[in-house]
Design a protein around this ligand. Structure first.
Ligand code: GLA
Length: 727
């Protein structure tokens, strides 16, 4: 096997052959081609095609054809540098030791390594012929899922450090009549609001500068409609995301000829990075797919790729849970927690999750003003410590999970008194606090060891802990690292790299430990962090109506398996059924006082949990079809179809219909048209009869796809969950 791949590498390898005008580099999946061509005279390399895969393997060599009515040869430089004859935004900008600001990259070689039947890596080596600066462009393609990862490595051997002020992960060009950008903006508790705009001459930037997380205000992903606005089931859509848990930037620039360039990478804001000689600067991955069937297909490709390759334990099980955060906030003791564990058992969920408020003695965590940093159980609250809670959970018949926020510190903590130099904080200005806390300096290896040690100690003392919720509630404020001294320009980047060192160590040591990524709601929602986490918390807003929109937004990129959704007490205008039906679209949990529900509600919840467990394969591993958008009116519907098309689960919600509003049947998707399916409404309240006129009837997939079924009503805040089973 090894010999075969070595042979393969050798045959696909080219060395310093840019004298040959016919050097093409083809990066492709089963459905997309991204093609580069080397200019035989100059050695510079250009993107000549990005589009649907060309089926005849010999034809791509005819490029650049007149595909866009304009010759694109020698216009779209693959990794454009500052100081050249191109007057638009570059991918790389280097200040050399002599102060020169120009770089020209020339093709040296490229290497294609087929990792297996599905995954191929292509590396293109480029070099400046005046300054000792080298760049490697690295593409990893996932053929079946139609996903391409793109990143770069920057290296130099000048005498002293060079300053790099641009360091894109990816630069892509488009030549279409029109471009439409869909972005996902928001704030705390109002994540992923979807808005679209046409792009005209000039720049549109989506970025954040939060330091310790990617999102809040803007999300690290977008969709680009080529030729027409993004639609769900048709049209060309490029969907892309940056795998980086920090400042990111997407620049969309339409130039004088109406071409669009898209530059994705770390936000260079306050980060003119000082790169030492002979050190490789690795950019994060820009991950994208090009769909010719709208956003729906792009989402399904992202979801299955994430489950197959990126998400921690992407193919594994997920635990349903009862969390105590909204049931108790900081006010709990052993007795309250023991009762909640009993509720978890009664409800039928797998695990009890203990949230914030269990630690700190000199500065006990009785509210969010103290204790962060002191990860010892509060003795007067939990005298028998975590081991007792783990034991009690076990005796009750549920697993035990625990919340931590290890990268953060309250000034009211022993840690702060002992290690003020571990904190990102201004030495000579007034301190600004976000949620009364500060961020530990993760660029400092001692701090990395400390943070790893928190998880390690808890696990060593309690090997039966089944789950961690890892929170991060503050962006970086007061940016200054005592550790980096006169290299403050490197802080934003080295901080995130430090976080990854810790995440990696935790995953290496505890590869099977499920972990939830949380950041004051959905602040951490990027695919690099999700390598180390089984799931993430999309929003602190658990009002089910809001969640319909928030989950719709995140579902554009993230599989239901990775998105936690909890049933809580937010929005008491909605029934327990409505709230649970919404949460059941994702990774289900409860964060509510179960014991305060009436008997019918309790029974409904037990049944819902049981149905969820029975249907988990379709809901968490199936294909998502978004049928009716909540943005389009007063109703919304989605469905999941399992791989074999034997089972599907359909969710329908009436949000705020007008009086006597006309409702239309919903046309299903993803089913096998030739098979017959039985329709059964589930998740009914005790004694509730299905109002569905097709309940328990059988139809062909063809009928369900073309004619559809009536699932909406003109009553407010109604919900239906429908199981669809092949006969
Ligand atoms: C953040 C999280 C919540 C909860 C609190 C605890 O806000 O998003 O789910 O864990 O912290 O302080």
């Amino acid at each position: 096997m090894k010999r075969i791949s070595i042979l393969l590498i050798m045959t696909l390898c080219h060395f310093t052959i840019y004298m040959n005008a016919q050097t093409f580099i083809r990066v492709s999946t089963d459905r997309t081609d991204l093609i580069y061509k080397v200019n035989g005279k100059t050695g510079r390399i250009y993107q000549i095609y990005l589009g649907e895969k060309l089926l005849d393997d010999s034809e791509y060599k005819n490029l650049p054809a007149n595909i866009y009515n304009k010759a694109v040869s020698d216009r779209h430089e693959a990794y454009l540098c500052s100081g050249t004859e191109d007057y638009f935004e570059p991918a790389l900008a280097v200040e050399h030791n002599d102060g020169n600001l120009t770089t020209y990259l020339k093709y040296v070689s490229h290497v294609v390594v087929k990792k297996d039947d599905n995954v191929t890596q292509t590396s293109i080596n480029l070099k400046d012929d005046v300054y000792p600066v080298e760049v490697k462009l690295i593409f990893e393609t996932f053929a079946k899922e139609n996903i391409i990862k793109s990143r770069s490595e920057i290296f130099h051997s000048e005498k002293k450090a060079v300053k790099i002020s641009r360091y894109a992960s990816s630069l892509l060009y488009f030549s279409d009549a029109k471009y439409f950008l869909t972005e996902f903006s928001g704030d705390w508790a109002k994540e992923t609001n979807i808005s679209s705009q046409e792009l005209f001459y000039g720049k549109k930037v989506i970025d954040t500068k939060l330091g310790s997380r990617a999102a809040m205000f803007a999300s690290p992903f977008f969709q680009l409609g080529l030729g027409a606005p993004v639609k769900e089931t048709e049209g060309q859509v490029l969907a892309g995301t940056l795998a980086w848990t920090g400042n990111f930037r997407f620049t969309f620039e339409v130039d004088n000829l109406g071409d669009l360039r898209l530059i994705s990478g770390i936000n260079p804001y306050a980060s003119s990075y000082e790169l030492d000689p002979k050190t490789v600067f690795q950019t994060p991955e820009f991950i994208f797919t090009l769909s010719s069937k709208g956003a729906g297909q792009a989402s399904r490709d992202f979801h299955s790729w994430a489950r197959n390759y990126q998400l921690k334990d992407g193919k594994g099980e997920r635990l349903t849970l009862l969390n105590n955060w909204e049931a108790t906030y900081f006010d709990f003791d052993e007795e309250k927690l023991t009762n909640l564990m009993k509720d978890a058992k009664d409800l039928g969920v797998d695990m009890f999750l203990l949230d914030d408020g269990w630690f700190g003695n000199k500065y006990p965590r009785i509210n969010d003003r103290a204790g962060l940093g002191d990860w010892e159980t509060t003795k007067n609250k939990l005298p028998d410590g975590i081991p007792y809670l783990v034991k009690t959970a076990k005796e009750t018949g549920v697993k035990f999970g625990i919340w931590i926020e290890p990268e953060m510190i309250n000034p009211e903590s022993e840690l702060f008194k002992n290690h003020p130099d571990w904190v990102i904080m201004q030495p000579n200005r007034e301190t600004y606090f976000f949620r009364n806390q500060l961020v530990l300096d993760m660029s400092n290896p001692d701090v990395q060891d400390f943070v790893f040690g928190i998880v390690d100690k808890i696990m060593k003392e309690n090997p039966e802990i089944a789950f961690f919720k890892w929170d991060c509630n503050s962006p970086i404020t007061n940016i200054y690292s005592p550790y980096l001294k006169n290299r403050q320009n490197n802080l934003y980047i080295n901080h995130v790299r430090g976080i990854y060192n810790v995440f990696k160590k935790v995953k290496d040591k505890y590869p099977d430990l499920p972990m939830m990524l949380c950041s004051g709601g959905g602040g951490r929602c990027d695919y690099e962090a999700l390598k180390y986490f089984t799931e993430f918390w999309p929003s602190d807003n658990t009002d089910p109506v809001e969640r319909l929109y928030i989950q719709w937004g995140f579902s554009q990129f993230f599989s239901s398996k990775s998105m936690c959704a909890h049933v809580t007490s937010w929005n008491s205008n909605t029934s327990i059924k409505f709230r649970t039906d919404v949460a059941m679209m994702c990774k289900l949990g409860f964060d509510i006082r179960f014991n305060e529900m009436n008997n019918d509600e309790k029974e409904y919840c037990r049944q819902a949990v049981a149905s969820y467990k029975r249907l988990k394969t379709s809901i968490l591993d199936g294909d998502l079809f978004r049928l009716v958008s909540p943005y389009d009116g007063n109703h919304t519907a989605i469905m999941y179809v399992d791989e074999s098309k034997n089972k599907a689960v359909l969710y329908a919600f009436d949000i705020n219909p007008r009086y006597s509003e006309k409702v239309f049947p919903v046309k299903l998707q993803g089913l096998d048209p030739t098979r017959k399916y039985r329709i059964t409404e589930i998740n009914l309240m005790p004694k509730q009869k299905s109002s569905l006129n097709v309940n328990d009837k059988v139809f062909t997939g063809d009928y369900l796809i073309k004619a559809g079924i009536d699932v909406f009503s003109s009553s407010k805040l109604q919900s239906k969950v429908i199981e669809i089973t092949a006969e």
